[in-house]
Design a protein around this ligand. Structure first.
Ligand code: KG4
Ligand code: ZN
Length: 384
């Protein structure tokens, strides 16, 4: 079967078309995949402004969609009349998209897509709405089932496409598994008892790990997004003379806190009279180490407490090289099976949304969710 998936929760507009074979133990192949990143735009402002992100999504979504159909070679000219039904109502808040539905979509024959999966949250609501309304309009005119997807479930399942192995990873024996999801908006430890059965066992009480990377980068005069910049700088040295706190590392729960660490960096910078490249490098190195120490300590304790043998790390911060190395060493010592997503699937993407959408679709006996359902509201704070 084929699933079209759409992701617009933050600053990437992403669309893909997946082919899925194998029922409960699926193998996913990517027929088409397009991403438009807004990083260059948001870089100028040091962060993402929701309304600006929304405008960019609206500008990019249809051209990307066309490119995905072309890549997948499923674009055919339409000769049948097409019912535009109530697209005008659906797109009331996205008037920029209406001309595409009035003039372009009618020229395209309905492809054999079995379902459309779309991110409904968590994320920036104005941004999410663009993807949701585009998906709703498309599902209506082509009469395709629609599936709402939780972006965080997407990150957790993003490990299901691996470069080397085509074997289905999440067979029964990998559960219970622990997933550490670390992104710009979230830092969560999730107990996974089966696909679809998630329980948050810990989360950040203030800033997300990625957010801390972004804020500290900004203090050091580095561009947005800060994670890759800090990582690059930190890798230049092996040790740092600066020392920063490891907040909550000894607390008995599985929660995190990064805002104190960020403030500690601020004070450190304030107390330095002559900032040099070397000091910046030392700060970056120590900050990164502090974040990894806390993440690693809590994650491996959670694995022990919940008697889990599998660890899945996802979300943008999981792209961090030092984090990957240190988690890999610890996992090897503790005989834990560790999975990271491939590079492209670590940061925001729509392939992971298609993967998560597929399992929802199976659960609903290959039916979509009613298009007018509350499920298709943007939910900024959607949780597991
Ligand atoms: O998952 P993601 O792409 O978007 C959200 O859902 O938030 O995560 C983006 C976050 C940003 O905060 C970015 O700075 C961080 O992931 N990030 C990194 C690295 N690459 C991206 N953090 C640390 N090291 C990296 N190499
Ligand atoms: Zn994300």
């Amino acid at each position: 079967m084929q699933i079209l998936s759409i992701e617009t929760s933050c600053d990437e507009t992403a669309i893909s078309l997946l082919e899925i074979k194998g029922g409960q133990k699926p193998v996913f192949s990517v027929l088409g995949n397009e991403v438009a990143s807004q990083i260059k735009l948001h870089e100028q402002y040091g962060g993402v402004f929701p309304m600006m992100a929304k405008r960019e999504h609206a500008k990019n979504i249809f051209p990307l969609f066309l490119r995905v159909l072309k890549e997948a070679k499923i674009i055919r000219q339409n000769s049948k009349p097409i019912q535009l039904k109530n697209v005008e109502t659906i797109l009331a808040r996205e008037p920029e998209l209406l001309p595409y539905f009035l003039h372009e979509i009618p020229k395209i024959a309905r492809p054999k897509i079995d379902a459309i999966a779309v991110t409904v949250g968590p994320g920036l609501e104005p941004a999410l709405w663009v993807g949701i309304n585009f998906a709703k309009a498309l599902a209506t005119v082509w009469d395709i089932p629609l599936i709402p997807v939780n972006h965080m479930e997407g990150h957790a399942l993003s490990v299901l496409i691996q470069e080397k192995s085509k074997k289905f990873l999440m067979t029964k024996d990998v559960f219970p598994a622990i997933s550490l999801l670390v992104s710009g908006g979230h830092t969560e430890l999730v107990l996974i008892n089966a696909i679809g059965k998630y329980k948050i066992i810990g989360r950040t009480r203030d800033d997300a790990a990625g957010e801390a990377f972004d804020k500290v980068a900004r203090m050091l005069g580095l561009p947005y997004p800060g994670g890759p910049q800090i990582s690059k700088l930190a890798s230049k040295i092996k040790q740092s003379k600066i020392s920063l706190p490891r907040p909550m590392i000894h607390s008995k729960d599985f929660d995190f806190s990064f805002s104190g660490l960020k403030t500690a960096v601020l004070y450190t910078i304030r107390d330095i009279k002559n900032m040099t490249e070397l000091i910046k490098t030392e700060i970056a190195h120590e900050f990164q180490n502090a974040v990894i120490d806390v993440l690693k300590s809590k994650t491996f304790r959670a694995l022990e407490v919940y008697k889990a043998k599998t660890l899945i790390v996802g979300g943008g911060v999981a792209a961090n090289k030092a984090l990957r190395q240190r988690f890999a060493t610890e996992a090897k010592n503790k005989k834990i099976s560790l999975y990271f997503p491939t590079k492209d699937l670590t940061t925001d993407n729509s392939i992971m949304i298609g993967i998560a959408g597929y399992f929802q679709f199976l659960k609903k006996n290959k039916k979509g969710v009613r298009i007018n359902s509350n499920a298709f509201q943007a939910k900024g704070n959607l949780s597991f």
